[in-house]
Design a protein around this ligand. Structure first.
Ligand code: ZN
Length: 500
């Protein structure tokens, strides 16, 4: 068998003492992993190392302990390849110090003012394009600092992009971007900003065929337009007045340019600070789509990143598990032969939790129905989890059946219902609630949080590993150690890795 030369995992550093870090690294090694990607720059902007340059960014609970230094020791002891995992543009503390570095939407709002699925969005996305700004004042210096101080094998980009789950066309219209997009795209002549430079004659069949002399494309009143009207022009406007609505092309290219530029700038800083240090990245699976939606056309990064780890996660694919396996194969082959062919290596990023959507989704919906006192909805989801709950928690299964029998089951169960129910959690009102006993609520909550060994089907993980191994790439990376714990998959992974 081939294809699993590297077996990686996105993980925590493992604890707050050298022993804890050693034990964590050793446990991963025993399970067959030979590559660890411990998180060192977190989504709140704090860091898991002791920096002289940014001492105030050290995680609050470290008390002087240096997880990065401990990981270097553990790496030596266990012979583990170690990549330092950075969350790039998703921040909190940098925003609190420098709100001007944040991305802004057409109304001037930051991502922290958005709602996502009914909840307040808590992170602040920082603008990749501003100079000076977050990229050159904070992010690249953090990479440089880490590379100087710690003998890791690589640093690792994550969130190297614009936000995707929040209206991907709505960022960034910060003051800097509004000024720089027209300059960058040469939408006017800086020497003659008011001159229109219309073509002498429009003698060709297509209006757009008259583009070469660089006519001015910005509207006359650009300087007087408020932010949201400038944003509207950049998304919906036309290069030629009366022509096609093509202005968004420049908006998307600008975003791709600056994300690529960050990959380049950080690579130069890291390679200068520690010659030989490698760079890896977690990116979205399809760089063509990711270029359009999140500014992440990673086919352009291959000079600046050595190892490519697309997040081929189940939730980024359509359909059920069987469709996922086939679609995953199609995508990995495309990555291998085309999109990632200029990279030194390709590892498939695999999320453990999303594999169990068919099992966990109905269980969570059932728990919610119990909480809401909605036995009718509970009856719809119960058939989808009955076998597993009955096997592992027979007393709880009896209780649930007594509760749902208190109403006539009236729903057909399907994953579609599960999705509907989950998306309506915060709106759904139950007509005549029939509260579930506390023991059902706590039983289901505990089953969700800490399922017994064997509750989730190991075959889903095993078949996935086999499939990636057959694709003839360099290996895979699992997300994450916490999910090996939660879904009780340590032994499953160890046994399967041993076969490859
Ligand atoms: Zn901006």
């Amino acid at each position: 068998m081939s294809g699993l030369k590297k077996r990686g995992i996105w993980c925590s550093p493992g604890g707050l003492t050298q022993d804890a870090v050693n034990n964590h690294t050793g446990r991963l090694k025993k399970a067959g992993f030979n590559l660890m990607l411990p998180e060192v720059k977190h989504g709140d902007g704090k860091i898991a190392w002791q920096s002289e340059r940014f001492p105030e960014l050290a995680r609050d609970n470290l008390n002087g302990f240096d997880p990065a230094a401990a990981l270097v020791n553990a790496k030596e002891i266990h012979g583990m390849e170690m990549h330092a995992w950075f969350i790039d543009y998703y921040e909190r503390v940098a925003f609190e110090e420098h709100p001007e570095w944040a991305q802004r939407d057409a109304m001037g709002r930051t991502t922290g003012e958005e709602q996502l699925r009914g909840q307040q969005f808590t992170a602040e996305w920082m603008c990749p394009a501003q100079r000076p700004g977050y990229t050159d004042q904070r992010l690249v210096p953090l990479y440089e600092d880490f590379a100087q101080r710690y003998a890791f094998d690589a640093v690792h980009h994550d969130y190297i992009r614009y936000p995707g789950d929040l209206a991907p066309d709505q960022y960034c219209f910060c003051d800097s971007c509004l000024e720089e997009i027209p300059k960058w795209a040469n939408l006017y002549w800086e020497k003659w900003p008011k001159e229109r430079f219309h073509h002498d004659t429009y003698d060709r069949e297509y209006l757009e065929a008259h583009w070469e002399p660089t006519p001015t494309a910005l509207p006359d009143n650009w300087d007087r337009l408020p932010r949201h009207m400038k944003a509207h022009f950049l998304l919906e406007g036309c290069f030629f007045e009366g022509g096609r609505e093509d202005m968004d092309y420049f908006f998307y290219e600008f975003r791709k340019h600056w994300v690529t530029q960050f990959a380049k700038d950080s690579a130069e800083a890291v390679r200068a600070a520690r010659p030989g240090m490698k760079i890896s990245q977690a990116v979205f699976k399809n760089p063509i789509h990711a270029g359009r939606f999140i500014g992440q056309d990673w086919t352009r990064f291959s000079d600046h990143v050595d190892s490519c780890m697309p997040m081929n996660y189940r939730d980024h694919f359509p359909g059920d598990y069987e469709i996922y396996l086939k679609a995953l194969e199609e995508i990995i082959i495309r990555q291998r032969d085309d999109w990632a062919s200029d990279y030194e290596e390709l590892l498939s990023g695999m999320a453990i939790n999303f594999l169990f959507y068919e099992e966990e989704g109905p269980l969570a919906a059932l728990a919610r129905a119990a909480k809401d006192g909605d036995p009718g909805a509970g009856a719809a989801f119960w058939p989808m989890v009955i076998a597993a709950v009955r096997t592992h928690e027979p007393a709880l299964a009896d209780e649930i059946e007594r509760w749902i029998d208190s109403t006539a089951p009236s729903y057909e169960s399907s994953m579609k219902d599960v999705r509907w129910y989950q998306s309506h959690f915060n709106k759904g009102e139950v007509d005549s609630p029939k509260a579930a006993p506390e023991s059902i609520k706590t039983g289901l909550a505990s089953l969700l949080k800490n399922p017994p060994e064997g509750f989730y089907p190991a075959s889903k993980v095993e078949r996935l590993i086999d499939m990636v191994a057959d694709c003839n790439i360099d290996g895979l990376v699992f997300f994450c150690d916490g999910h090996l714990d939660k879904y009780k998959m340590w032994d499953v992974v160890e046994a399967k890795f041993a076969q490859h």
